[in-house]
Write a protein that binds this ligand. Structure first.
Ligand SMILES: NC(=O)C1=CN([C@@H]2O[C@H](COP(=O)(O)OP(=O)(O)OC[C@H]3O[C@@H](n4cnc5c(N)ncnc54)[C@H](O)[C@@H]3O)[C@@H](O)[C@H]2O)[C@H](O)CC1
Ligand SMILES: [K+]
Length: 527
C-alpha cells in the first residue's frame, strides 16, 4: 500500500485544516458510504506501513499512547496491527467504552480481547502519567490527539505528552503531534517532538505552519480511503512541489534578445538606501529579466550605477531628503509605460512627497506591479485604495508591514491562510505574507503556502531580493501568483545552495543573487 498518494498532475499538494479534514471524513462516510470504522482501520494499517518502512517491527517493544477520541481509535488499530506483525505492544488508553466513539469503542473491545489471548499485547486503562514511566520502549506511538485538539493540554493528556517528549525512543505521531493545531501550526509546550508524523489523506496545514515544522519530524501522507476529489475539495490551501516550480519557471527562448526576455522597471532607492535598489535590480536580472531599469533619485544614481553595471539607471528628481520627488512622476510613468513589470518600494524612504508618487504609480501604471517595503507606507491605514487598481498587483509585506497597512483593522495573524485569502480577495491582488513559511493569496481566493522557512533568510535585504525576483519573473510574462510562488522557491533553493557551501550561518542577501539562476537550473530543471 503506498503511503503517499501521487502528487496531483499539476504538482500542487492539498493542505487540510481541521475543518477541511472533518469535511472530507464526513463526505466520505455520508456521500461515498465508507463506514468510519473502515476509515479508521485503513488509517491505522497505512500508519503501520509507514512505521514498518522506517523501523524494525518484529520483536520491537512499542508503547502506544491512545487518546479518548478517534485519534486514539487509530492508535488502537495501530497497536493491534503492530502486534500482528510481531511487535510487543503496551497500549495505554484513555478511551473507555462508555465515552468513546463507536469506532474507537469497537477497537478498544477488539484490542482488549486480543490482549486476553496474547502475550504480545497489553492494554493498560490509563488513570495517570505514572503508569507510562515504567516500560522501556523501542518506539512510542503518539495517538493522543489529532485534529480534535483544542485549547491548552489538559491532564492526563498533558502529562503523557510530556512523558513521550522525554523518551529516547523515536516518537511516531499519528495524524499530528498531539497538541499541534491542525490549522494554524500552534503547538503546546508539551507537544512531543516526533521523528515521524503519519498524517492522513493530506498534509495538515499546521504541519507546515507555525511550530509544525519544528515538532513534526518527517511527514508522510498516508492514503486511507478518502477519495482524492474530497481531499481537493476540502483543501484550504496547497503547496507547490519542485516539479510544479520547474514546470512554471520561464525559460529563456533560444532566439531571445534583451527586450524579448522582458523589461523590469524598478522604482527603488534613495540617497540613504541604495542597497535595496542594488539588490532588487540585481535580483530582477538574476530571475531572468532581459533588461532592468532603475528609476532612482539623482543622489543614488552613482552608487546604483557602480554596483550594477548592467542596470540602466534613470536618475529622477529628488526631495531635499534624497528621496524621489513628486516631479519624478512623468519620467517614471514614461519608463513604466514600456515596462513588462514594475517594482515600487525597496529603499524609497517614507517622505510624504515620495509616498504620494507611490500612490499615483500604483493607481496609474498598467504593467504588472510589485509593491514592497516602504511602498506600503503609502497606503498605511488606507489599504483598501489598493483595491482600486485594475492592473495586476503583487504585495510582498512581512507581518509588521501588513499591520501598518491595516491599522487596527482586525485580522488574525495566527490564521495566516484565512487572513491571506481574505485580504488578497479584498484587494484583488496577489498577497505574499512573508514569514516562516511565507503564504501566498490570490485574487480568486486560492492560497499557496511557500517552501519551509529557511532561518538563513532572516537577514536584511532578502526582502529586496524576493521583490526583485518577483519583478524579474513577471517581466517574462509569468502569471503574478505563479511568479510569487516561484520566487519564494528560488530564494529558498538559493539559501540551501549557500548552506551546502558555507553552513547555515552567515548568509547575506547578496549571496543569494548568483545562486538564483543556478537554483533554477539545478533544483528546478526544465521538465
Ligand atoms: N472517521 C474519522 O473521523 C476518522 C478520524 N481519524 C482520526 O481521528 C482524529 C480526529 O478524531 P476526533 O475524535 O475528532 O479528535 P481527537 O481524537 O483528535 O481528540 C478529541 C479528544 O481529545 C480531547 N481533547 C481535545 N483537546 C484536548 C486538550 N487540549 N487536552 C486534552 N484533551 C483534549 C477531547 O476531549 C476528545 O476526547 C484524526 O486526527 C485522525 O487521527 C482518522 O482520520 C480516521 C478516520
Ligand atoms: K497524535
Amino acid at each position: 500500500m503506498s503511503t503517499s498518494p501521487p502528487a496531483p498532475p499539476d504538482g500542487l499538494l492539498p493542505l487540510l485544516t481541521a475543518d477541511g479534514m472533518r469535511a472530507a471524513d464526513r463526505a466520505t462516510m455520508d456521500d461515498w458510504d465508507v463506514p468510519g470504522r473502515v476509515l479508521m482501520e485503513t488509517a491505522g494499517r497505512a500508519a503501520v506501513d509507514a512505521i514498518a518502512a522506517r523501523y524494525a517491527v518484529e520483536g520491537a517493544r512499542v508503547t502506544v499512547l491512545a487518546g479518548r477520541g478517534n485519534n486514539g481509535g487509530d492508535g488502537l488499530v495501530i497497536a493491534r496491527v503492530l502486534a500482528a506483525r510481531g511487535a510487543h505492544v503496551r497500549c495505554l488508553t484513555l478511551a473507555t467504552e462508555a465515552e468513546a466513539s463507536a469506532d474507537t469503542a469497537a477497537n478498544l473491545r477488539l484490542l482488549t480481547r486480543l490482549a486476553d489471548a496474547s502475550d504480545r499485547v497489553e492494554v493498560v486503562p490509563f488513570d495517570d502519567a505514572r503508569q507510562a514511566a515504567d516500560a522501556p520502549a523501542d518506539l512510542v506511538v503518539d495517538a493522543l490527539l489529532g485534529i480534535g485538539a483544542s485549547g491548552p493540554l489538559r491532564e492526563p493528556v498533558r502529562g503523557l505528552c510530556a512523558w513521550a517528549g522525554r523518551q529516547s525512543a523515536p516518537v511516531v505521531a499519528v495524524d499530528l503531534p498531539s497538541g499541534l493545531d491542525a490549522t494554524t501550526g500552534g503547538a503546546a509546550d508539551e507537544t512531543p517532538r516526533a521523528d515521524l508524523t503519519v498524517t492522513f489523506a493530506g498534509v495538515k496545514a499546521g504541519l507546515v505552519l507555525g511550530d509544525g515544522p519544528q515538532v513534526a519530524g518527517e511527514v508522510v501522507v498516508a492514503e486511507m480511503g478518502i477519495p482524492r476529489a474530497e481531499v481537493d475539495r476540502a483543501a484550504a490551501a496547497h503547496t507547490a512541489t519542485d516539479a510544479w516550480v520547474a514546470a512554471h519557471l520561464p525559460r529563456r527562448a533560444a532566439d531571445a534578445y534583451k527586450y524579448s526576455a522582458g523589461t523590469a522597471v524598478c522604482v527603488v532607492g534613495s540617497g540613504h538606501f541604495t542597497g535595496a535598489a542594488v539588490l532588487s535590480t540585481a535580483a530582477a536580472y538574476r530571475a531572468g529579466a532581459g533588461a532592468v531599469v532603475a528609476c532612482t533619485p539623482q543622489s543614488a544614481q552613482a552608487t546604483v550605477d557602480a554596483q550594477n553595471v548592467e542596470v540602466m539607471v534613470d536618475a529622477q528628481p529628488e526631495t531635499d531628503g534624497g528621496t524621489l520627488a513628486w516631479a519624478a512622476l512623468d519620467g517614471v510613468r514614461e519608463r513604466a509605460e514600456s515596462a513588462d513589470a514594475v517594482l515600487v518600494g525597496c529603499g524609497l524612504g517614507r517622505d510624504d512627497e515620495t509616498l504620494r508618487l507611490v500612490r499615483a504609480l500604483v493607481q496609474e501604471v498598467s504593467a504588472p506591479l510589485v509593491l514592497d517595503a516602504d511602498g506600503f507606507s503609502a497606503f498605511a491605514g488606507g489599504a483598501d485604495a489598493l483595491g482600486e487598481r485594475s492592473a495586476p498587483l503583487v504585495l510582498t509585506p512581512h507581518l509588521g508591514e501588513l499591520r501598518r497597512l491595516l491599522g487596527d483593522d482586525g485580522f488574525d495573524p495566527e490564521d495566516r491562510i484565512e487572513t491571506v485569502r481574505r485580504l488578497a480577495v479584498r484587494w484583488g491582488a496577489v498577497l505574499v505574507l512573508k514569514g516562516m513559511p511565507s503564504v501566498v493569496g490570490t485574487p480568486d481566493g486560492r492560497v499557496v503556502v511557500g517552501p519551509p522557512g529557511r532561518p538563513a533568510l532572516a537577514t536584511a535585504g532578502t526582502g529586496d531580493v524576493l521583490a526583485g525576483t518577483v519583478a524579474g519573473l513577471l517581466a517574462q510574462g509569468l502569471d503574478p501568483a505563479d511568479a510569487a510562488v516561484c520566487a519564494l522557491h528560488l530564494g529558498a533553493a538559493a539559501a540551501d545552495a549557500w548552506a551546502r557551501d558555507h553552513g547555515a550561518g552567515g548568509l547575506v542577501a547578496s549571496d543569494l543573487l548568483d545562486r538564483i539562476p543556478r537554483a533554477a537550473a539545478e533544483r528546478f530543471p526544465r521538465p
